[in-house]
Ligand binder design. Structure first.
Ligand code: ATP
Length: 612
């Protein structure tokens, strides 16, 4: 199959929703995050107030210690110290409680988002899945959501705590000395004004970081999956170059973002230092003038600490927030990408039981941005027929099969299914669960999961008993092969079935299809060369599988076409010939030529096998 360039294909949508919109949508998509949030915020504020009251107690202790005219009140000092200790302990307990609540709520909410995002990847059309590289999709479900989780559990509440701390510290500072309070505010004003500008720059920088993380995972994952091809073609160097480029892209993006972070952090450091110095200088002047007590000046120094801390971390908080929003946006964009093959769900119609036929009415299909690859196809497929689809490579056979199984929808025209093709229903109105029960597409290379043979077969029918599995093995006359397996149904097939031979993987795919027991089977005939014994087994098993069912096979072998009840011939996206093998050979058209080259190839192969 030829593929188009990535730019021609639909990708996951990219929104430009603002940060606030993203947070609002994110919270709406994970409602569990908001469960009990109000109480958690109350706890956060309480822990802040607890911490902020301590400087007041320090002022009281110092002033009681020095006393008016050197009169030290020891009992007051004891009381203030006891209250301060109790407050510090209480604050710690409240802060612990708040974090646990926050952790539970955010993890529950995000787990739901992870499940939704994963499901949605499966709902996306084959087109979107093909165009968006797998690694990028994986990163949206994993690392992007991790980023949001970190934000919610640490940074998000940090914002509440910091704001609370600034407000409380400002109130207490203003209560002690409005002049010093103004000094502190003036020192931080330039930073506060430029924060929005920094935030936008950081947001852009972190959008790039998150994108490069996805790209990096994609270029690393690809050669790991295709390791055998990389080795076979000795393209380790080129592959390494792509991986290096991916890693470098991410590194560069991170460095650019961190430079901005460093600027914001340094600026807040400068503002903090300035405020501390100014407070001490003005505090001493006011103290000497007799306007402030010693305890108040010391308390003020602590209060400035409470004020400076959050402002200094504010830039870090802002950075994390921008990073998390960039991640949240990527997950939301994924969830917002429409599934273009829409499941009618419960509103869908059910297909009648029995062998299914199909009808194509003026069906045209074009890949997005491309010319039609299937043009005005009109055809009626009767039930219980064995139909072979043939044509040159790229003629549209696979596209026809995908439309027949609704892996894609036609650009125009209608595909219908039914036991009577003349009264068939529009395939797009059939509920997915019902469609998948009746119609099965068997690709050339059925994907095997890294599990036992049993587990892999159960993908065909999840509730089948071992006895049923063995019956199907017998039905397809594969008992002798099955007996040769070291552990029967418990045999591990390895990653992607690599512990089995290519031929054995075909047998597993056929067994799985037989278990699914579809009424219409659409099959892309395997082309990989296998040993003669397995070939014989596969041919026999396939024959058994197709018996009594409607089948449409993309035929790559002479014998499959010859044995079909009917042959559909595609050429450059058009259905150009339709008839039995004998009729089409006599007609001497496209099929005649194709058949001629098959025969010539078969003769060559058999000669090559003859003993000299
Ligand atoms: N994902 C895709 N995006 C864009 N164009 C595609 C895509 N898949 C196939 N095509 C184009 O559609 C046309 C028909 O492809 P199709 O796979 O249906 O042909 P085919 O007859 O099955 O070929 P083959 O025998 O090689 O599998 C080809 O020109 C191909 O380039």
């Amino acid at each position: 199959m030829t593929t188009a360039t990535d730019s021609d294909l639909p990708e996951v949508a990219q929104s430009r929703q603002s940060g606030t919109q993203i947070i609002r949508r994110g919270l709406a998509l994970s409602p569990a995050i908001k469960d009990g949030l109000a109480f958690t915020i109350v706890l956060a504020v309480l822990s802040t107030v607890g911490g902020s009251v301590v400087p007041v107690l320090i002022q009281r202790t110092v002033d009681a210690g020095l006393g008016d005219g050197g009169d030290t009140r020891l009992s007051d000092i004891g009381t203030f110290l006891a209250i301060a200790s109790a407050l510090i302990l209480l604050t710690a307990v409240v802060a612990y409680w708040m974090r646990i609540r926050l952790f539970k709520a955010s993890e529950t909410g995000l787990a739901q988002m992870r499940v939704d995002a994963f499901r949605h990847v499966h709902d996306l059309s084959m087109l979107t899945q093909n165009s968006e590289r797998r690694g990028v999709l994986v990163s949206r479900v994993t690392s992007d959501i991790d980023q949001v989780s970190q934000f919610l559990q640490f940074t998000g509440i940090q914002i509440v705590v910091s704001l609370g701390q600034i407000v409380v510290a400002t109130i207490i500072m203003a209560y002690y000395s409005w002049q010093l309070t103004i000094v502190v505010i003036v020192c931080f004003l330039p930073l506060a004004i430029s924060l929005k500008w920094f935030a936008q720059r950081l947001s852009d920088a972190y959008d790039i970081v998150r994108r490069t993380v996805g790209e990096m995972i994609a270029v690393i994952a690809e050669p790991v999956v295709g390791a055998s091809v990389v080795r076979a073609y000795a393209i380790e160097g080129r592959t390494q170059q792509r991986v290096d480029d991916g890693i470098k892209g991410n590194l560069d993006a991170n460095v650019s973002a961190q430079k901005l972070v460093a600027v914001t952090f340094a600026s807040s450091g400068v503002a903090g230092g300035l405020a501390n110095g100014a407070v001490l200088a003005f505090g001493v002047i006011l103290g000497v003038a007799g306007d402030l007590s010693m305890g108040t000046v010391i308390a003020f120094a602590f209060l400035v600490g409470l004020f400076v801390g959050p402002v200094q971390t504010a830039t870090q908080v802002l950075t994390d927030a921008q990073n998390a929003i960039a991640s949240w946006r990527r997950v939301i964009d994924l969830l917002d990408t429409p599934a273009d093959v829409v499941d009618p769900g419960a509103a869908g119609v059910l297909l009648p039981a029995g062998s299914l036929g199909a009808r194509f009415d003026a069906v045209t299909f074009a890949y997005p941005g491309g010319a039609p690859v299937l043009k005005e196809v009109d055809v009626v497929l009767a039930p219980r027929q064995r139909i072979a689809v043939v044509g040159e490579t790229g003629s549209g056979k696979t596209t026809f099969a995908k439309l027949l199984t609704r892996l894609m929808d036609p650009t125009s025209g209608t595909v219908r299914l039914g036991t009577d093709p003349h009264e068939a229903v529009d395939i797009s109105t059939v509920a997915f669960v019902d469609l998948r029960r009746h119609v099965l597409m068997v690709p050339q290379e059925g994907f095997l999961f890294d599990a036992t043979l049993r587990d892999n077969l159960l993908y065909g029918r999840h509730d089948a008993t071992d006895q049923r599995l063995l019956d199907v093995v017998a039905d397809l006359e594969l008992d002798d092969w099955f007996a040769s397996l070291p552990h029967g149904l418990d045999t591990q097939v390895g990653q992607r079935g690599e512990s089995l031979s290519a031929g054995e993987r075909q047998l597993v795919a056929l067994l799985r299809s037989a278990l699914a027991d579809p009424d219409l089977i659409v099959l892309d005939e395997a082309t990989s060369a296998v040993d003669p014994q397995t070939e014989l087994r596969a041919t026999r098993a396939l024959d058994k599988l197709l018996q009594g069912r409607s089948s449409v096979t993309i035929a790559h072998r002479l014998s499959t076409a010859e044995n079909a009840d009917r042959i559909l011939v595609f050429d450059a996206g058009r259905l150009v010939e339709d008839g039995s093998h004998a009729e089409l050979v006599d007609a001497g058209g496209v099929y005649g030529r194709l058949h001629g080259s098959w025969v010539a190839q078969a003769t060559l192969t058999s000669r090559a096998g003859e003993p000299a």
